[in-house]
Design a protein around this ligand. Structure first.
Ligand SMILES: CC(=O)N[C@H]1[C@@H](OP(=O)(O)OP(=O)(O)OC[C@H]2O[C@@H](n3ccc(=O)[nH]c3=O)[C@H](O)[C@@H]2O)O[C@H](CO)[C@@H](O)[C@@H]1O
Ligand SMILES: C=C(OP(=O)(O)O)C(=O)O
Length: 428
């Protein structure tokens, strides 16, 4: 087991290239199950979620060949192999095997997903969608059993706007008989990316990216080639790091429109940002002012950037109120930031950050992926060295993070944890 060490105080300069989007990649890989021949996906990020899903595709009989960031998947020999345990529990997006296997085989057995614990993360809207399409769904010993004689298109209104449910229903509905309408659908760019790959396979989908998606089912989907979109959350994280410590940082391979809610808030704080077609140039402002943020469904401020943004607020003058309306309890990073000297109170479901404070290096634990990102932002600004445990979370979503930080002038490195440190980590 390893920890990440960050020596704070170094200014960031230079360029960072953003990888393919995790939240697209984790749906595009299972989508390949629906094709009858080779699917090639270009630009996949080098993260453990991609590795885990590639192994799961192999477990059900697929052939997966990786060439750098491109993956070739042959789905011809895949079967409806049950996946009740094991790797499915390592990440959230294993739930996409439900929709994709139901679409192709009309049956699936998938263990309840893992992923970041951000408070309860039910999948009732996914199930509601599968049932509306004609599947029988039962939950036995921690696994979801899905079976349908035939999938029939349906009108499905989502009671909560859910990225996962929207994509999962799309995956099943593209192979259902007749028309499906998903109302109150999520509108994230990753949903458009999944609709794009399915359309390249021969699916008929209209309205992805709006809150009403219409799908006309087809009998057959064929192989295709697809290039993934850049990761707006990774791009947002580096933009926040540049706002914290950046003298002049160029963020490359980004779609600036995907980051509008973050960029608007950073500008309000006094951060200097120039937008190019696929690039952002960021300089930290001399004096940052506090702002309030409230996370909302897309295109509002993304919950996945709330935690890194909270760390940045410790540098700003005044009081900033952070409210997460998507995951009200996504505050596990706060105690760790406090260990580093941050002045943060959690009151009435909001975190109230008072700044500026000079953070101090400490030993802290990444309890989830974006908590890890938050601690790295804090570590870059802190006096001394910050030791961050819980690297497995960070590796789920940030490709080559040390290399990218070192290239920008940060002083970060990994060390093996001692036996005593591992014990302390496991008991904390
Ligand atoms: C792999 C992936 O893409 N993960 C993202 C996805 O997670 P995920 O798809 O799991 O998140 P959802 O959009 O489904 O969740 C949004 C909200 O709806 C609730 N909900 C969701 C489904 C359901 O059946 N019932 C229900 O009540 C959730 O508890 C949450 O409060 O969107 C989240 C919200 O933008 C992001 O933080 C995650 O990074
Ligand atoms: C919460 C996240 O991921 P997941 O849904 O995969 O747990 C995230 O990417 O911030």
């Amino acid at each position: 087991m390893q920890k990440l060490l960050v020596e704070g105080g170094h200014l960031l300069n230079g360029e960072v290239r953003i990888s393919g989007a995790k939240n697209s990649a984790v749906a595009l890989l299972p989508a390949s199950i629906l094709a009858d021949s080779n699917v090639t996906i270009e630009g996949l990020p080098d993260i453990s979620d991609v590795e885990t899903l590639s192994c799961l595709l192999e477990e059900i009989g697929g052939t997966v060949e990786r060439e750098g960031n491109t993956v070739h998947i042959d789905p011809a020999e895949m079967t409806a192999m049950p996946l009740p345990n094991g790797r499915v529990k390592k990440l959230r997006a294993s739930y996409y095997f439900m929709g994709a296997m139901l679409g192709r085989f009309k049956e699936a057995v998938i263990g309840l997903p893992g992923g970041c614990y951000l408070g309860p993360r039910p999948i009732d809207q996914h199930i509601k969608g599968f049932e509306a399409l004609g599947a029988t769904v039962t939950n036995e010993q921690g696994a979801v059993y899905l079976r349908a004689n035939e999938l029939r298109g349906a009108r499905i209104y989502l009671d909560v706007v859910s990225v996962g449910a929207t994509i999962n229903i799309m995956l099943a509905a593209v192979k259902a008989k007749g028309k499906t309408v998903i109302e109150n659908a999520a509108r994230e760019p990753e949903i458009i990316d999944v609709a794009t790959i399915l359309t390249s396979m021969g699916a008929k989908i209209k309205g992805a990216g709006t809150d009403v998606i219409r799908i006309e089912g087809v009998d057959k989907l064929t192989g295709c080639m697809h290039t993934i979109i850049p990761d707006r959350i990774e791009a947002g994280t580096y933009t926040i790091m540049a706002a914290a410590q950046g003298e002049k940082v160029l963020i490359d391979n980004v779609i600036p429109q995907h980051l509008e809610p973050l960029l608007a808030k950073l500008r309000e704080m006094g951060v200097h940002i120039k937008e190019g077609e696929e690039q952002l140039l960021v300089h930290r402002g001399e004096k940052l002012s506090s702002v309030d943020i409230k996370t909302l469904v897309h295109p509002g401020f993304p919950t996945d950037l709330q935690q890194p943004f909270t760390a940045l607020l410790t540098r700003a003058h005044g009081t900033g109120v952070v409210t997460d309306t998507i995951y009200q309890a996504r505050f596990k990073h706060i105690d760790e930031l406090r260990r580093m000297n941050a002045l943060i109170k959690v009151e009435g479901g909001s975190a109230i950050v008072t700044g500026p404070v000079q953070l101090e290096g400490a030993t802290v634990k990444a309890s989830d992926l974006r908590a890890g990102a938050s601690l790295i932002v804090a570590g870059l600004m802190a006096d001394g060295v910050t030791e961050i445990t819980g690297m497995d979370h960070i590796e789920r979503g940030y490709a080559n993070i040390e290399e990218k930080l070192i290239d920008m002038g940060a002083n970060v490195w990994r060390e093996d944890m001692t036996k005593a440190e591992i014990e302390q980590f496991q008991n904390s």
